[in-house]
Design a protein around this ligand. Structure first.
Ligand code: CS2
Length: 474
């Protein structure tokens, strides 16, 4: 007999206080359960309306089970299952943009949180500023119902202003440096294109706390769904998988101080999130992306497989110790060497099947803050960065689209086509020069400094292969 489907059991429901744009696996495994804990500890009407900006897949899977789902903690010593019930409803933005705007303008909603990924901000990744030529931004200036996340935020804030309602707090939970400032910048810039008075109001009244979020959440695979069903005895069409570790650091800047009682459940509320963001983006995500490109080229499927390879483990330890940590100012009381040790343990967790291909996605949006900012600081301070250079070179090899055995790589990136054309049309040994012209990734002065350093590294990578190149630096 097939197992019965998971259903929502929670009778005591709070009103919807949060609209979350981009309800994917990460927020379902991180923010939603943590907010549920905060509400259990401190009360308040903070149930969540989840929004998909594109695909209906998550909504379609969750709707028949009342939006309840199972979060599965994957520890090396075994699994734990937690049913999450505070996502009350879901909307798919392109199906009903009017309903979404109405929901965001509702007086009960005091926070709009975001995990829309780097490309959702419609900004230039190298400068952090709104790209006014982005097709969705051009569209969102026409007065039609919006398409982009900044478009929905601006139009919803416009409705609130018109009826004299305070703005909601915009809480970015994406892996961007100063994610609150980036969100604030794109929202105010777009508002200014639409209505300068609205932009002034948002500037004065709006709040955009920056946050640092951290939990490794590999994509759920079909075999995970079957395994969960066997373990818990019910069918869940969309469980999420996560590691035990989690860290959330939030700037305590909310409109009217209205927020769940985060501090009661271990969320760090701080004045300035910058040192935490730098540490996490450059150490965790920087190493993740480096291992993803190099590991993929070396034939490793997951980060756990990659770091189980001694050459890669030695490489990443030196990457942290010799190239990334020297460019960081640690948050107060944090020992960065100990943090690196913890990261390696997390990466090695054999229960987490986090694919190198998954992390390799959207590299053009990730490289600047994860790798190039450290590289730039090392250049400015006359420190060498052989491993960071190798990581950039591996990205270049990866986006050229052919692996070391000559097979095609499925490159997922908003710039994929352009990157492919640039490398296809480059003369022999010309990929480095061609890719360094992509200004969204490499500002001109950085490109100029990088070219002579990258050329020999790239030639060696192509000649020797990724594993041997890593081994030589491990
Ligand atoms: C990863 C992140 O996919 C990626 O690019 O580096 O999703 C990473 O797992 C999280 O930021 C960990 O907090």
């Amino acid at each position: 007999m097939p197992a019965e489907r998971l259903t929502r059991k929670n009778a005591e429901e709070a009103r919807i206080g949060i609209v979350h744009l981009g309800l994917g696996a990460f927020f379902r495994a991180f923010g939603a359960p943590w907010i549920a804990e905060a509400v259990r500890a401190g009360g308040g009407d903070w149930d969540i309306l989840g929004v998909s900006l594109r695909s209906p897949a998550v909504r379609d899977a969750l709707k028949p089970q009342g939006y309840a789902y199972t979060a599965v903690e994957l520890a090396p010593q075994g699994e734990r299952f937690n049913v999450v019930e505070n996502v009350r409803d879901m909307l798919v933005a392109p199906e009903d943009p009017e309903a979404l705007l109405a929901a965001m303008a509702h007086p009960d909603v005091r926070i709009v949180s975001l995990t829309i990924t780097e490309k959702g901000y419609c900004h230039n990744p190298a400068t952090g500023e709104l790209d006014p030529k982005h097709p969705d931004i051009v569209y969102d200036c026409t007065g039609e119902l919006p398409k982009s996340a900044p478009g929905f935020i601006v139009r919803a804030l416009q409705r609130r202003k018109e009826v004299g309602r305070p703005p909601f707090t915009v809480m970015s939970c994406d892996n961007l440096p100063n994610n609150g400032k980036v969100a604030r910048g794109v929202v105010i810039d777009l508002a200014r294109l639409i209505d300068p008075e609205l932009a002034d109001w948002i500037e004065a009244e709006g709040r955009f706390p920056s946050t640092m979020v951290d939990r490794i959440v590999p994509a759920t695979k079909p075999e995970d769904i079957a395994r969960v069903e066997e373990a818990v005895g019910y069918h869940d069409a969309a469980p999420v998988m996560h590691e035990p570790f989690r860290q959330w650091v939030i700037e305590d800047e909310f409109v009217g101080g209205e927020r769940p009682d985060f501090a009661a459940v271990g969320v760090q509320m701080v004045e300035d999130v910058t040192p935490f963001e730098h540490m996490k983006l450059r150490m965790l995500n920087g190493a993740h992306s480096s291992l993803a490109y190099l590991g993929y080229l070396a034939g490793h499927e997951t980060i756990a497989d990659t770091t189980a390879d001694a050459a890669f483990a030695g490489f990443v330890e030196k990457l942290w110790g010799e190239e990334i940590i020297p460019a960081l100012t640690p948050p107060e009381g944090v020992d960065l060497a100990a943090y690196a040790g913890m990261l390696l343990d997390r990466f090695r967790n054999p229960s987490i099947r986090h694919r190198t291909w998954q992390i390799a996605m959207d590299g053009s949006q990730k490289l600047p803050q994860r790798i190039l900012s450290t590289l730039q600081e090392n250049l400015d301070n006359d420190r060498t960065s052989p491993r960071l250079l190798l990581a950039v070179s591996a990205w270049m090899r990866y986006v050229a689209g052919t692996d070391e055995k000559g097979a095609a790589i499925d490159v997922q990136d908003p710039l994929a086509e352009r990157l492919q054309t640039l490398t296809d049309e480059a003369p022999e040994n010309g990929d480095v020069h061609a890719l360094l012209t992509v200004r969204e990734v490499f500002p001109a002065d950085l490109a100029e400094r990088l070219e002579p350093l990258l050329q020999p590294v790239h030639a060696a990578l192509v000649a020797k292969g990724a594993r041997a190149s890593v081994e030589a630096l491990g």
